[in-house]
Design a protein around this ligand. Structure first.
Ligand code: BGC
Length: 350
């Protein structure tokens, strides 16, 4: 479904320069015709020679891998040439990423899509990209309000595409408060957080617990630790917490699914059973987590819609290139996922 006119056109063009037979020329003409038909509008055609620089905070992140794969496919579908899309790995190091941004500026890309390593570096990044006259689309790690205000105050071509992390936290809490825990009148939980510099980690932690309180439940935090979005770190944290607090642990909140998968390994090793004597929720709707929700080995997750976010980011990039412009904030909704709708979401993400 991501067949793209850009690649077809490139292939036809290189065939034309290396093969002069009439048959080949006829085939090329037909291919070019197909390509033209595939390329829906004139605007698409003008994107084929535009350069896009994409900075990802860390390639090994599961969620950002889904995001960047879909982003590239969609950019190509929209008419960009694959050769003109450069996606780089910041390796979770802001200095590395800043160097990559400098290189893109020197190269003279037409637009930048940036998933910052540190959201707190956004002001520095914005300043240099704006000074270079390059439009900028931030993704996934939301710069703070003060930074976003500068974009609108100065009317800069800078925007953020993402979801409101408070919603994902609230959904997690609601899935837990819907269960009759029926123990000692309070919810004893473990929290496993993503990188605390990240607003997604802060808000998911805060709003999952707030949803329990809003439902009239008393809460008791047994342990709250940073797993940096990573499965192995979460496994260790939850194994230790289960060792320390044993059967007191009723709920494990994880700020994302990668960590929930690690938590599940620890829960199973400790001989506990999700859905019976312990409850576990994550965020993202990774396919592995969705399989667990269907099997009952995870209580629920929250779909972090990487299709919508990557498409909106690409569309925003196109709007800057064509001069149409963008709002300074482009939102997206999360979706609560329980056993009831996990198959539908799995069909969509697979
Ligand atoms: C996702 C995490 C991911 C993080 C990266 C979050 O929105 O839920 O899985 O690690 O973004 O910044």
């Amino acid at each position: 479904s991501t067949n793209n006119a850009g690649t077809t056109t490139d292939a036809a063009a290189s065939d034309a320069s290396s093969d002069t037979s009439n048959d080949a020329a006829a085939t090329e003409a037909a291919d070019a015709g197909d390509a033209a038909a595939d390329a829906a509008t004139d605007a698409d055609a003008s994107l084929a020679d535009k350069k896009v620089g994409v900075c990802i905070y860390q390639f090994s992140d599961n969620f950002m891998t889904l995001f960047r794969t879909e982003l590239e496919n969609y950019l190509v579908e929209k008419g960009f040439s694959k050769d003109n899309i450069t996606i780089v790995d910041g390796a979770n190091d802001q200095a590395t990423q800043t160097g990559q941004i400098d290189n893109f500026i020197t190269e003279g890309v037409d637009v930048l899509i940036i998933n910052p390593v540190n959201s707190s570096s956004a002001a520095t990044i914005t300043d240099k990209v704006v000074a270079a006259g390059i439009p900028l689309v931030y993704i996934n790690r939301e710069p703070d309000e003060e930074e976003q205000k500068r974009w609108s105050d100065n009317n800069w071509d800078v925007t953020y595409v993402g979801c409101d992390a408070r919603q994902s936290g609230t959904f997690q809490g609601e899935m837990i408060s819907a269960i009759d825990l029926n123990k000692n009148g309070k919810v004893d939980y473990i929290m496993v957080e993503g990188d605390p510099e990240n607003v997604d980690a802060q808000y998911r932690t805060e709003f999952s617990v707030k949803a329990l309180e809003d439902a009239g439940l008393e809460v008791n935090c047994l342990s709250d630790q940073v797993g940096n979005w990573q499965q192995d770190q979460a496994q260790q944290i939850v194994a230790n917490a289960l060792g320390q607090y044993g059967n007191d642990v009723e709920v494990v909140f994880c700020n994302n699914d990668a960590m929930a998968l690690g938590a599940l390994q620890a829960i199973q090793s400790a001989g506990r059973t999700v859905g019976t004597d312990i409850y576990l929720v994550g965020v993202d709707a990774l396919s592995e987590a969705l399989e667990d929700v269907l099997a009952g080995t995870m209580t629920g997750t929250v779909f972090n819609d990487h299709f919508s976010q990557s498409h909106s980011a690409a569309d925003a990039a196109i709007n800057y290139i064509t001069g149409a412009g963008n709002d300074h904030y482009i939102g997206c909704d999360y979706v609560k996922v329980t056993k009831d709708n996990a198959q539908d979401v799995l069909d969509m993400v697979k």
